[in-house]
Design a protein around this ligand. Structure first.
Ligand code: NAD
Length: 257
């Protein structure tokens, strides 16, 4: 068991990467604090883990709000006595996110709040908890678009993820001697609700598919395995990384026929 006796808080645990990670981390021995806004699916995540013999609680939090982030960290320490792994994963991709000319300021602010400020707030309250535990692992979900621009515009999303990557690198250096590792998980396009709702026509999906060397979208379960590596001691010398799990997209100039 790679996370035996560890306590892991995962945001966005009601769906996609967060849900798969909560399940996988629990099978590896972690006690799970599943955080989301979607109470029904979040409760279902925690109760399924408990039904399978694991330990988990669900905490309702809007990760763009400071008080909610403080409360979710408090809940982890109150329920399980400590925090070892902080997985800042919740995020959105708004259907009205576009290029600089056409993206409304409200969409920009909303995206920055949920995708970027949330990671700052998670770390603001989570790092003292990790320090109290003697160290730990922070995983921040950025994206492939933190390192590559998208010709199908989603400017607020791209900028928010660039911020997550930059913030993760700095935190990794600042806290390296405290036994706290910080890595940015950078997924390529995934077959999850977030992207499939954004690519809401066959034409939009086909436009992306051309650029995927493996000829398929990634799966949330594949990201969970990468996150498990970053959470566990298997990655004990990995910090500050741009951890690309993108099916080879960032290596491609032109994809093969
Ligand atoms: P998803 O939509 O399946 O899950 C996201 C979860 O976050 C949902 O359960 C949602 O309720 C929750 N959430 C949204 N806003 C929240 C808020 N304010 N407070 C708390 N919870 C909130 O999406 P996913 O694909 O699993 O995405 C997870 C992360 O991965 C996101 O940060 C996303 O940007 C990133 N990512 C996704 C892709 C992709 O192609 N799907 C690619 C790269 C990065």
């Amino acid at each position: 068991m790679r996370l035996k006796d560890r306590v892991a808080l995962i945001t966005g645990a009601a769906s996609g990467i967060g849900l798969e990670s909560a399940r996988l981390f629990a099978t590896e021995g972690a006690r799970i604090v599943a955080v989301d806004l979607n109470d029904e699916a979040g409760e279902a995540c925690a109760s399924r883990i408990r039904d399978d013999g694991g330990e988990a609680i669900y905490v309702h939090a809007d990760v763009s709000k400071s008080s909610d982030c403080k409360e979710m960290i408090d809940a982890a320490e109150k329920e399980f006595g400590k925090l070892d792994t902080l997985f800042n994963n919740a995020g959105i991709m708004h259907s009205a996110d576009d290029d600089a000319v056409n993206t409304d300021e409200k969409i920009w602010d909303l995206t920055m709040g949920i995708n970027l400020k949330s990671v700052f707030l998670g770390c603001k309250y989570g790092i003292p908890a990790l320090q109290r535990a003697g160290g730990g692992s922070i995983i921040n979900t950025a994206s492939l678009v933190a390192v590559m621009g998208s010709g199908a515009p989603q400017l607020a999303y791209t900028a928010s993820k660039g911020g997550v990557l930059a913030l993760s690198k700095e935190l990794a250096i600042v806290h390296a001697k405290e036994n706290i590792r910080v890595n940015a998980l950078c997924p390529g396009p995934l077959n999850t609700e977030l992207l499939m709702k954004f690519l809401d026509t066959d034409e939009k999906k086909a436009r992306r598919m051309v650029h995927l060397p493996m000829g398929r979208f990634g799966e949330a379960a594949e990201m969970a395995k990468a996150a498990l590596f970053l959470a566990s001691d298997d990655s004990s010398y990995v910090t500050g990384s741009t951890f690309l799990v993108d099916g080879g997209i960032s290596a491609a100039y032109v994809t093969a026929e």
